[in-house]
Design a protein around this ligand. Structure first.
Ligand code: GTB
Length: 217
């Protein structure tokens, strides 16, 4: 059965792969599962038809027959559970890879989102510049520890896993900032992930939505 995911019809990032459908596209490419994409406008996302799939009126969603999922953490876990390639077989290694998925979403992403979202909503407020160093330090605290743990390893725990997929796409949200520059091993970690053929296929396919060019090089 070919799953269907939803993605932005028109993304504010114009195909830089920052919207979260990139997580699902990449996971499906890693496991070799073909998929279809239904593009939705911002207005459509808030309509009842889309809210039946996603109660919060967001993308991405994932439909596989009768199964409808939202939340990228749940979607990636579902894909990784049903296909080889994103989670190790050995139970303890598998549990550790799942732990890294949660660490990406619950520990590393929140301070990054806070910086991003307050930029949109409070950027013009007089207190914003005073809060910036505090928000950036919260991110640095996470990146310092992540960088220390990664050390000179290629991936967070042995072979590439869904934990790395999630972590890399969380870190990519910092690419407009200079924060990552202080962590060369994290910069190399992101580059290593971006060089994976599955990442490149996923990136090219989401970019093609905005460029109308060939979907793949
Ligand atoms: N926790 C959910 C998940 O992980 O699936 C979060 C889903 C989510 O935030 N979806 C966003 C959305 O639908 C798109 S990805 N937003 C519309 C809304 O809430 O009304 C977030 C995103 C959007 C755009 C960029 N960009 O242009 O750079 C980056 C990330």
């Amino acid at each position: 059965m070919i799953p269907i995911i939803t993605a932005f019809e028109s993304s504010p990032d114009e195909g830089r792969g920052l919207a979260r459908d990139m997580r699902v596209r990449w996971a499906l490419e890693e496991v070799g599962q073909p998929y279809d994409v239904r593009l939705v406008s911002f207005a459509e996302m808030k309509q009842p038809a889309h809210r039946r799939l996603h109660p919060f009126g967001q993308i991405p969603t994932y439909e596989e027959g009768d199964l409808v999922l939202f939340e990228t953490g749940a979607i990636i876990f579902h894909i990784a559970e049903r296909h080889a390639g994103l989670l190790p077989d050995y139970p303890n290694a598998r549990a550790r890879a799942i732990t890294w998925m949660f660490a990406a979403l619950n520990t590393v992403e929140p301070p990054i989102l806070e910086l991003e979202q307050t930029g949109y909503t409070e950027g013009e407020k007089p207190w914003h510049s005073e809060r910036l160093p505090l928000m950036k330090e919260r991110i640095h605290a996470r990146l310092r520890d992540l960088s220390t743990r990664l050390g000179d390893a290629d991936w967070l725990d042995g072979a590439f896993s869904a934990g790395d997929l999630m972590m890399v796409l969380v870190l990519r949200r910092l690419e407009d900032d200079d924060i990552l520059e202080a962590y060369p091993n994290l910069v190399a970690y992101i580059a290593r992930a971006e060089a994976r053929p599955a990442y490149q296929r996923a990136f090219a396919d989401q970019l093609a939505v905005f460029t109308d060019g060939p979907a793949r090089p």
